[in-house]
Design a protein around this ligand. Structure first.
Ligand SMILES: C[S@@+](CC[C@H](N)C(=O)[O-])C[C@H]1O[C@@H](n2cnc3c(N)ncnc32)[C@H](O)[C@@H]1O
Length: 313
């Protein structure tokens, strides 16, 4: 059996062009990957690109049942990639789903103007007209003012939200966008998140729970874990069935936690109650996602119990 060092060593190796095919998904072209500079001009896959490709392809693969459903019956789905960067994931999804079906739009949301400009050029070069970019922050995509109305983009509802390593709280903005839109699937692989660690740093350290965040390293790790626990519970409370898994082997990325959420019911009162019970054991954490999505003063005794769980219409 290979040890961790051998596995890590293997993940640092380049793959020659002749062996690249086995790293690809069925229907995935080397032309697109060369265009994205994931493959070199002569078709090799270097170690860094290999890690990125593994993550993207694995996520694309896991989303297959959702995409099959979204593209069924001549539907024209809108998929949002929040914090899209170069749009690697979006380009791959476009090639595999939007191009062959001639339907579906990938809307990439990205704050960096240089990345947006380059990706738009690529999309034009590849003749991918429905691979579109908005240069803006995820939180600005949909104004929050009309909280009772689902957000739309050019009158189109959002069907799926993905966010691969969207920085810090951009992952929360992606989750919020997906929930408010009633997206049928939300998939996030969070990046480093420091919001809760910052909030904990300002609280008194009372035993016993305070021991969990007394030291800065523990605070960072505990803060990151707590953030993802809260994210998963918020999604559940809004009627999503959530799985939390590793995206790829840890040797491919340290930011490797995949929160995959599928809408199965309108609300889940029990999940909300559990979240509020969890939070009641901690200092008040005015985390943005929580304060925007849940009433700050609600306590566990006010919340609906499992009987109030509402099915999806
Ligand atoms: C680590 S990169 C990941 C890019 C891409 N998803 C990938 O996996 O290759 C994070 C990207 O999110 C963008 N970003 C950060 N905060 C954002 C926000 N609030 N709204 C939109 N984009 C954001 C950054 O500019 C950066 O391009």
């Amino acid at each position: 059996m290979k040890n961790k060092k051998q596995i890590a060593e293997k993940s640092r190796q380049s793959i020659p062009a002749a062996r690249v095919q086995r790293e690809l998904l069925p229907e995935q072209s080397t032309e697109l990957l060369k265009q994205l500079h994931i493959l070199t001009r002569d078709g090799q896959l270097n170690a860094d690109s290999r890690r990125k490709l593994k993550q993207i392809n694995h996520l694309a693969n896991l989303l297959t049942p959702d995409l099959e459903r979204l593209f069924a019956d001549d539907r024209d789905p809108l998929i949002v990639d929040a914090g899209a960067g170069n749009g690697y994931l979006g380009f791959v999804l476009y090639e595999l789903w939007c191009k062959p079906s001639e339907r579906g739009t990938v809307l990439n949301v990205e704050v960096r103007a240089d990345l947006v400009a380059r990706a738009r050029e690529r999309a034009a070069l590849l003749n991918y007209p429905r691979m579109v970019y908005e240069e803006m922050a995820v939180a600005d995509l949909v104004p929050h003012v009309e909280a009772d109305k689902p957000p739309v983009w050019h009158d189109r509802p959002v069907d799926a939200v993905v966010a691969l390593h969207a920085c810090d709280t951009a992952t929360d903005d992606a989750i919020e966008l997906g929930i408010r839109a009633g997206a049928s699937v939300i998939a996030v692989v969070p990046c480093c998140q420091a919001e809760i660690a910052r909030l904990l740093a300002g609280t008194a350290v009372h035993a016993p729970a305070g021991a969990l965040w007394r030291h800065p390293i523990h605070r960072r790790e505990f803060g990151a874990n707590l953030t993802n626990v809260i994210r998963a519970h918020v999604l559940e409370a809004f009627g999503y069935q959530v799985t939390v898994t590793e995206l790829t082997g840890l040797e491919h990325s340290l930011k490797n936690e995949l929160i995959l959420a599928r809408k199965v019911q309108r609300r889940n009162g029990l999940a909300l109650k559990h979240l509020q019970q969890l939070l009641s054991g901690l200092p008040y954490l005015p985390m943005g996602l929580l304060t925007r999505m849940l009433p700050p003063s609600a306590d566990a005794t006010d919340t609906p119990d499992v009987e109030s769980t509402e099915p999806l219409a």
